[in-house]
Design a protein around this ligand. Sequence first.
Ligand SMILES: [Zn+2]
Length: 192
Amino acid sequence: MRCPYCQHTESRVLESRSTEAGQSVRRRRECLRCKHRFTTYERIEFVPVTVIKRDGNRESFDRSKLLRGIVRACEKTGIPQRRLEALVDEIEAELQQRFGREVTSNEIGELVLPYLRDESEVAYVRFASVYRQFQGIRDFVETLDHLKSHAELIERAKVSPTVAPEGDERETPASLNQAPQKPYSCAEMNQL
Ligand SMILES: [Zn+2]
């Protein structure tokens, strides 16, 4: 690992810390020559994932792009940057496990939303509005309705444990399946 200040290749590790999701290790190092300190991240090497975009083009999955989208959605919500990076770690790991080498941008979006919903409703709606390409107020209303029915479900679950959405919440209880789940096409919107 080269020192970013003097390019010397030897350094000593002052501190190692695992990130929240355990996907990477952060190391604080000190250059043995110039004594400058710098930070390195060691990350599990993933199989490269190809993202199939809406227009059919393909590109490599870009972790920093996902992080930027999430950071933008979470602006002024008070969620610390470290938490957002841990979220991206979790999302990336799940992406690998569930979709393997190819994933559509739509699937990524749908994967991200439940994570954001647990962090901040504001971030959830912002993210949905960008990636689902909201066209107007109806899209927002539908998303808010969906959010509301989810919140009510959680609320009811507190009263009656039988409907508790436990573990993987993508295994939605039957009552939630009645709510609008998918983005609506323009044609559908016009019929509203
Ligand atoms: Zn140095």
